[in-house]
Design a binder for this molecule. Sequence first.
Ligand code: ADE
Length: 231
Amino acid sequence: MLGIIGAMDQEVAKIKEQMTEVEVISRAGMEFYKGILSGTEVVVVKSGIGKVNAAACTQILADYFQPEAIINTGIAGSLCAKIDIGDIVLSTDVLHHDVDAVNFGYPLGQIPGMDTLSFAADAELRRKVKEICETVNPDIHVYEGRIVSGDQFVSEKSTKDKIISWTQGLCTEMEGAAIGQTAYLNRIPFLIVRAISDKADDSATMDYAEFEAKAIEHTVGVMLATAALYA
Ligand code: ADE
């Protein structure tokens, strides 16, 4: 079984439409859609926005459904000039950009007591999804690299530059690191698949809705083909 998490309605609605034999299980105010997608058993869920919602959602997914892998799909702000609106970023690893225990001797981003700075995504799944992205969306670029997360919609250049300066992240969003960390704790392979909706700077809110819809379109086809990998 494959678990698919999106933070917002728009990110999961089109995927849910393609499912059959759907059963809805409610936990912690979240609706887990269990059913068949591309011949594979999947659970698709809207976590809500931010790291706490994402972590709670991932843990429920792990406990109740024991997925073979978890994919988080959605949108993100680009942290890299060459990564354009509509392009897709696949996570090599995820890092919290808003964690700071430097005073206790930890590098920025590392959670005290945890044995890793960032959480590594599944390399084999990433390789397969990259191939899928190139086939499904031949008109856009797909990049592989670090995705960073914080409980913050980044829309100021100074904030963006600060995050870039120490994280080496390709894009920023609000859930991936929480999902990656929770998957890591539960030893479940994961991958974050994000389409770029904005440049995470002063232009971030301009035409945001239109770009958001386009970006999401790019991820839906990828999710349908990715589910088929688990058939
Ligand atoms: N999701 C999409 N764009 C984002 C941004 N600029 N900051 C945080 N999360 C986002």
